[in-house]
Design a protein around this ligand. Structure first.
Ligand code: ADP
Ligand code: MG
Length: 260
């Protein structure tokens, strides 16, 4: 049981607090430092885009935030709980309570209806009847604008509609945070805009904290805050999209002739 002082601390602390997080991979003789001392705080209700060149550590940071992976060192507190010292089962439990994921490839089950896809995570939840699960999933499909596509299979839906199903599925356990690694990476620009708009609505209307990894400037611009990674470190953390864009541009600049 938490003491009253610990409880106050928990309530006062931000939803996400990352301190001096490092992540190294050992590949035979070579050590790869994917994260090299990351500090990041995210409050409940924020909409954050993680951007940076390929290999800068975005997915590693996302997997850390999503409690899928443990950092090599440092601290990650999620909703007041220290994740770094948790075992796999403890991390799975807090992940299920707090986090919904969307993926670039949607990751839907193909031979299953939209409704059943959204219902699926609820099968692991004790104490819900079949009709309660149906109702929750059905309401979420209405919420993402697919009320008339509930019995369609993924193959009968467009890419944008499939990603909406995936968003509904990510929200079915009522998480506080929605995480996406390149969620518009497989969508054309028009469809991508629709999905970005959905993220914006979920953030504004439903106060869901959203953190997206993206290559797409349109997605980064839609976020309220941009965090730029370079070589495993945060080099820019801003609410001014132009500033983030500048930091990205510097990132991509070729090395000076004299330095070569
Ligand atoms: P990004 O998502 O920004 O492209 P990643 O987080 O995937 O970057 O990777 C950061 C660095 O860590 C890269 O150099 C990558 O090669 C390395 N890396 C990522 N995952 C592993 C792994 N499982 N084993 C070894 N190296 C990895
Ligand atoms: Mg990546």
């Amino acid at each position: 049981m938490a003491t009253p002082a610990q409880e106050t601390q928990r309530i006062a602390s931000p939803l996400i607090s990352i301190r001096e997080v490092r992540k190294s991979y050992q590949l035979e003789e070579i050590q790869v430092d994917a994260l090299r001392g990351v500090d990041l705080e995210i409050e409940s209700g924020e909409f954050v885009a993680l951007v940076g060149a390929s290999g800068s550590g975005k997915s590693t940071l996302m997997n850390t935030l999503g409690c899928l992976d443990r950092p090599t060192s440092g601290s990650y507190r999620l909703a007041g709980h220290e994740i770094v010292t948790m075992n796999r089962d403890q991390r799975a439990k807090i992940r299920n309570q707090q986090i919904g994921f969307v993926f670039q490839n949607f990751n839907l089950l193909n031979r299953t209806s939209a409704l059943e896809n959204v219902e699926l995570p609820l099968l692991y939840q004790q104490g819900m009847t079949r009709s309660q699960r149906r109702e929750r999933a059905s309401n979420l499909l209405d919420r993402v604008g697919l009320g008339d596509r509930k019995s369609h299979h993924p193959g009968q839906l467009s890419g944008g509609q499939q990603q909406r199903v995936a968003v509904a599925r990510a929200l079915v356990n009522e998480p506080s945070i929605l995480l996406g690694d390149e969620p518009t990476g497989n969508l054309d620009s028009k469809t991508s805009r629709d999905v970005i708009q959905l993220f914006g609505e979920l953030n504004e209307r439903d106060a869901i904290t959203i953190i997206l990894v993206t290559h797409d400037p349109e997605v980064a611009r839609a976020a309220k805050r941009q965090v730029v990674l370079r070589d495993g470190m945060i080099v820019c953390d801003t609410t001014n999209f132009r500033e983030a864009f500048e930091a990205l541009r510097i990132n991509a600049e070729p090395v000076d002739q004299e330095d070569q």
